[in-house]
Design a protein around this ligand. Structure first.
Ligand SMILES: Cc1cc2nc3c(=O)[nH]c(=O)nc-3n(C[C@H](O)[C@H](O)[C@H](O)COP(=O)(O)OP(=O)(O)OC[C@H]3O[C@@H](n4cnc5c(N)ncnc54)[C@H](O)[C@@H]3O)c2cc1C
Ligand SMILES: *[C@@H]1O[C@H](CO)[C@@H](O)[C@H](O)[C@H]1NC(C)=O
Ligand SMILES: *[C@@H]1O[C@H](CO)[C@@H](O)[C@H](O)[C@H]1NC(C)=O
Ligand SMILES: *[C@@H]1O[C@H](CO)[C@@H](O)[C@H](O)[C@H]1NC(C)=O
Length: 492
């Protein structure tokens, strides 16, 4: 299942890096001795540097003079202190999935690779877990699962766990427990001035508000304490049905799923995921629609399958999986197509409340018209259950879109070639406009997917108090705008 989902095509491009001498380099001479024995410094031209530089999207090009693999909170603190003293940009990264254009503004920077901090510990009688800054989603989920626990995790194993949380974090179980960010109890972070602090409802409560939705702007997180939940055997299974339709069924398919979304008793068990993509072997002239229906339970109630089956899908695939394996099912596991690298990819998201059928039709047509360089792009139409997400007060965190029901967007995909970037950006902007126009909803672009050319309001919310509060926090915690490479909030 999912094997013909063309996340990307082509071969891994060789990274070119020229060898430079590190003798006399202050990073080696001054920073090196301050680091823990297990920390590593990678310089351009080395295999370690090359490995650490691989990102999910080749169109994102932060430029580092060195990458430090940190293993302790003290290491992070020392790198930030060093970068401040020597006036270097710095950037923490984990899964390398971030796709905002701002990341390419890092110049002569110091990369902080979190992969040396992978600790996970279940604490508080099994009600919480301590998760270090380098843990990935595909490491946390299965670890908790094998210990009889679970929490809200996102739909891609090879992405970081903490980074999605910083922007809210949509994922499995959010219908029951809220966003990933709603699970945060407290966080250890290194501030822009290289101070280690704890942030929680009790300590620095305003900052605690800000890091749940705008977290990329305020610090480097070395460890987070999050809520976890007992697994219950009757909820362990996830039944999954994938249906492939020709393009002419588009309106009927999403007309049916619109009824689910708007139903008064929207089931917390139900998630659906649509993709629209070009598969010339199936239809050389039009994109194809694939709809996955996930239902937390041993089987999917007939109500959610019969009407779709009646439309005559051209292919169908049914299986039952569980939370630890659900990303594998999406081909978003380690080694899966969604984790492959070597391509340029940018997301252009739009938050929606119901599927706008006419817009989906136009977007599908646009997708079918793309030139061969961009033809591997796809529309991603995600509908996680939202029940609990909407139950948290909107003002309680910097996440601005509690009411949003759906994540639509273009996953622009093209060969690793800088000359195509500008054309790609134009396609993305057009598609975004196509998806949102006439919906009566302002443009809302989920920060974790945002391309970076959107307005601050579309990312952080249209209520004036939100941006004022965020700017105030920025003035207090990052007055020199050191954290300005991921949906940056300006000081003024
Ligand atoms: C295939 C795919 C599937 C996705 N699925 C989902 C999904 O289901 N739900 C969802 O909500 N999002 C999803 N996303 C978006 C995802 O949340 C973001 O791309 C996220 O930033 C990826 O984190 P990363 O660690 O892999 O990326 P990175 O590029 O390593 O990190 C992104 C940014 O986070 C910050 N950061 C990383 N680590 C730290 C740290 N320890 N402390 C402070 N800042 C840090 C930095 O600013 C960094 O630039 C998906 C993305 C992709 C590409
Ligand atoms: C780089 O990655 C390759 C392939 O995963 C691995 O075999 C090699 O050991 C890595 N090298 C370093 C220095 O990390
Ligand atoms: C797609 O291309 C066809 C043929 O050139 C054209 O008629 C149509 O308007 C295009 N549609 C979109 C949405 O760009
Ligand atoms: C770091 O910034 C915080 C917040 O502005 C401030 O309270 C603290 O005194 C600063 N510490 C240092 C060492 O400058």
């Amino acid at each position: 299942m999912g094997s013909y989902i063309v996340w990307a095509v082509g071969a891994l491009s060789a990274l070119s890096a020229k060898l430079i001498s590190t003798r006399g380099d202050p990073v080696a001479n001054h920073l090196g001795p301050l680091l823990s024995p297990e920390a590593q410094i990678y310089f351009p031209g080395t295999e370690g540097f090359k490995n650490a530089s691989v990102r999910w999207s080749s169109a994102i090009r932060p430029q580092f003079k060195a990458i430090v693999k940190v293993t302790t909170e003290e290491d992070v603190k020392n790198v930030v202190q060093f970068a401040n003293e020597h006036n270097h940009d710095f950037l923490a990264f984990n899964g390398g999935h971030g796709t905002t254009y701002h990341l390419s503004k890092v110049k002569n920077g110091i990369g902080i690779q979190m992969a040396g901090m992978k600790g996970i510990k279940i604490v508080d009688d099994g009600k919480a877990a301590l998760v270090q800054g380098g843990v990935q989603t595909g490491e946390l989920g299965p670890y908790l699962w094998s210990n009889g626990k679970q929490t809200v995790t996102t739909g891609c194993d090879c992405a970081g766990f903490i980074s999605p949380l910083l922007g809210g974090g949509h994922g499995w179980l959010q219908g029951r427990y809220g966003l990933v960010a709603d699970q945060l109890i407290s966080a250890r972070m290194i501030t822009a001035n290289a101070t280690a602090i704890t942030v929680s409802r009790e300590e620095h409560p305003d900052l605690f508000w800000g890091i749940r939705g705008a977290g990329h702007n305020f610090g480097i997180f070395t460890e987070m304490k999050i809520k976890i939940y007992d697994r219950s055997p009757e909820q362990d299974q996830w039944a999954a049905l994938g249906l492939t339709f020709t393009h002419d069924k588009l309106e009927q398919v999403f007309g049916i799923t619109n009824e689910w979304i708007t139903s008064k008793n929207r089931p917390v068990e139900l998630t659906h995921y649509g993709v629209v993509l070009n598969i010339p072997d199936i239809d050389p002239d039009h994109p194809v629609i694939i709809l996955w229906i996930y239902y937390q339970g041993a089987s999917i109630p007939d109500l959610y399958t019969s009407p779709l089956r009646a439309l005559g899908p051209i292919a169908e695939d049914y299986s039952v999986t569980n939370l630890a394996d659900v990303n594998t099912h999406l081909s978003a596991h380690y080694g899966g197509l969604a984790c492959a690298t070597g391509f340029s990819r940018i997301l252009f998201p739009v938050s929606l409340d119901t599927w706008p059928l006419a817009n989906l039709r136009s977007a599908t047509e646009q997708l079918g018209n793309l030139s061969s360089d961009f033809a591997s792009s796809m529309l991603m139409l995600e509908s996680y259950a939202t029940n609990a997400v909407g139950q948290f007060p909107s003002a309680d965190s910097a996440f601005p879109d509690r009411g949003g029901q759906l994540l639509a967007g273009l996953l622009l995909t093209y060969p690793d070639d800088e000359r195509l970037d500008a054309q790609g950006a134009t396609i993305g902007r057009e598609m975004r406009e196509t998806l949102v126009k006439g919906t009566g909803k302002e443009l809302v672009t989920y920060v974790n997917y945002a391309a970076g050319d959107e307005s601050l309001e579309s990312i952080y919310g249209y209520e004036a108090w939100r941006l004022e509060k965020l700017k105030g926090l920025k003035r207090e915690w990052d007055p020199r705008e050191r954290f300005s490479f991921y949906a940056p909030i300006p000081v003024v």
